[in-house]
Ligand binder design. Sequence first.
Ligand code: SF4
Length: 418
Amino acid sequence: MGCIKQDGVNATDNGSGLDFNPYESMQPRAPGVTPREMRNGARVKSDGPAPEGLYRPDYNILTPQMRSPDYVQMSTAAAITLGVTDGRMYRCECTRCLNLLLTYPEGCRANCAYCGLARHREAERDYADRNFIRVDWPAVPMETVVDIVAKDGANSPFHRMCISMITHPRSDDDTVAVLKKWTSRIDPDTIPVSILSNPTTMGRADVENLKNLGADIFTVALDAATPAIFDRTRGKGVQSPHKWSKYWEVLMDARDIFGAEKFGAHIIVGMGETEYEVLNLVQELVDLGGHSHMFCFFPEDGSLMDHLPATPRDQWRRVQLARYLIDYRDVRIDHMKFDELGRVVDFGLPTTELDDVINAGVAFRTSGCPGKEAEDVSACDRPYGDSPPSNIASYPFAPKKKDLKKIRKQLGIPLKTV
Ligand code: SF4
């Protein structure tokens, strides 16, 4: 069949002369030692004022004492869409997913190397002030969130709500409390709920409970594509408690309990895995009945990987396209071809079909749990969560002609057919 093959290596933007991020170069910094008096949110717990409504992250002042389930944080995009903060987003009117992040003065007790919320930042920034996937996360009373969304009813701009758990002793119980507060006022058939889980503190009974309480989709943030990268970025390598085996145990529980198409895993591309390795994982998830939600690695300010290069667009686009083909077009990894460095050189689809997929643009949009538009269009569009607007990785909107031209250039696949 007339498959598109890529000719050699494309121009790169990671500064190393390579068009991908190799394992050897993606070593996180070691976390420093936090003075005892700054650990566990001590200064917020001892001196932080009582919260009063909305809190906008400001690391020049002491953060109020906010705790879930009474308070949740949300992405800047979600806060703008909800109408609790002002602001505009480049080429986006709103976001379709209301991400609610659990919040505590102690913050997340894990230390994942790529994450802005990690514990090693305790001395530098109070938890609710930390940047996460490139943006601030304002804190809002849960009551206010529910009031606004319930009032909007079926006219709500949100297609989905997602509770993002963190590693904290209260996280399991408070996820349940937030879910109950939501479903007591909002019909989960109108705005379905996803759970972005924290497997480290969870067991099978927790997964079952969330399903019984009305959660629609359960995802596991594997983030790392291989056990070695997992251990290096979120396990022993950075004094963090997570284990690859535990994440898979909970992922398998989610598969049994939530069922096909209702579970998935988050994966960050470009932390040192090969394209073959990450796509093999994508295939494994599809074979299990689930989906992969992909993020392009970006060196988050203040994280233990903030000195490392973002994923070159060449690598990202190849993986993004191949993942879409495996997830939604029944192409299998064994139909594809890879070079000796594990890079995709053949997507396993006839030229005209591949052209159609590229031209449709969906493959290059942010991936995640579906909204109301189509099964392969994510409600969770995370505007500029994995790149600056000047060099978009995941498009939070349908790419236009000029975007597709740029994407084709990054893929090294010029338009040959119309
Ligand atoms: S568990 Fe999640 S929130 Fe906590 S540091 Fe790791 S990635 Fe960040």
